[in-house]
Write a protein that binds this ligand. Structure first.
Ligand SMILES: [Zn+2]
Length: 287
């Protein structure tokens, strides 16, 4: 009786074990398949994002420089590199003041090497921004405005110490988290401030929070702003046409609780952008 019970138990145990092995054998491949499908979807998602970045940057460069080749180069750079997907075609065409960028990306099928890769195509369009001509002067040297990143603006001061970068930070005076819309370049009082590019002065005087503020419009949506100088050390007036490198003011500490520095801002199409991307890199490195 005793041995019969234990034998039954063994049988039950064995059959249980058998069943779970079968379940496992069915479920494991399903899980692997699901993981592969998910991985494939993630890859496709990243490929689409990279393609969009390439389209956007190529369109931006073409619209602002009119240079198809350069736009294609920048687009390819924005796409980046991957062993799983490739930018098969990126074409930039400018016709009748309109930019058209088309891109095609191929994404490898990770679990079926012999299968044809997935492909994704899209296009972007943008109007060519009119070259800024005449009295304002050209931005860039080749006769076209170069509003791309990578050091087109001249240094706003000669030698400085970067005391605060662009982006979110805890405000040194209020202690609150706040977006810092410019780059702080520490330098002694009256250190010359230079126009980062040729343009027209659209503002030169008192401004809340800035102490005093100089704004220079360079055309094509590019504006630079200089703050914290004393009223008496502003050497330009609204309407003045200034050249790149012109001595426009002296460093001060008006309107701030910290030491003497230039608060330098770059606006592109009405949006504050990181000045470090636009100012000549060899100059920004001095911090
Ligand atoms: Zn600042």
């Amino acid at each position: 009786m005793k041995s019969l019970t234990s034998m039954t138990l063994i049988k039950v145990g064995q059959s249980r074990k058998g069943a779970s092995t079968v379940e496992f054998l069915i479920i494991l491949p399903l899980f692997i398949l699901l993981a592969l499908v998910l991985w494939q979807l993630v890859l496709a998602g990243v490929a689409v994002m990279n393609t969009q970045a390439a389209l956007r940057d190529a369109a931006r460069v073409a619209a602002t420089t009119g240079d198809e080749k350069k736009a294609e180069e920048v687009g390819r750079e924005s796409f980046g590199k991957s062993s799983q997907f490739k930018l098969k075609g990126l074409k930039v065409e400018i016709e009748n003041e309109e930019v058209t960028v088309s891109a095609k990306t191929e994404i490898n099928m990770i679990f079926m090497k012999n299968m044809k890769p997935m492909s994704y195509s899209d296009r972007a369009e943008a109007p060519v921004l009119k070259a800024y001509s005449g009295a304002y002067g050209m931005i860039g040297e080749a006769g076209g405005p170069l509003l791309t990143e990578g050091g087109i603006l001249g240094p706003p001061i000669g030698v400085w110490k970067k005391t605060s970068g662009f982006g979110y930070r805890v405000h040194p005076v209020t202690g609150r988290l706040k977006k810092h819309t410019g780059l702080d370049l520490g330098a002694p009082h009256l250190t010359p401030i230079y126009a980062a590019e040729a343009g027209v002065v659209t503002r030169a005087g008192a401004s809340n929070g800035y102490g005093n503020l100089i704004v220079i419009d360079h055309g094509n949506g590019l504006v630079t702003r200089y703050a914290h100088m004393k009223r008496s050390s502003i050497y330009v007036r609204v309407g003045d046409r200034v050249s790149r490198g012109q001595h426009i003011a002296g460093v001060g500490s008006e309107g701030v609780g910290t030491g003497a520095h230039l608060h330098f801002e770059v606006m592109y199409n009405g949006v504050f952008v990181n000045p470090e991307k636009y100012v000549n890199r060899s100059m920004v490195a001095r911090n």
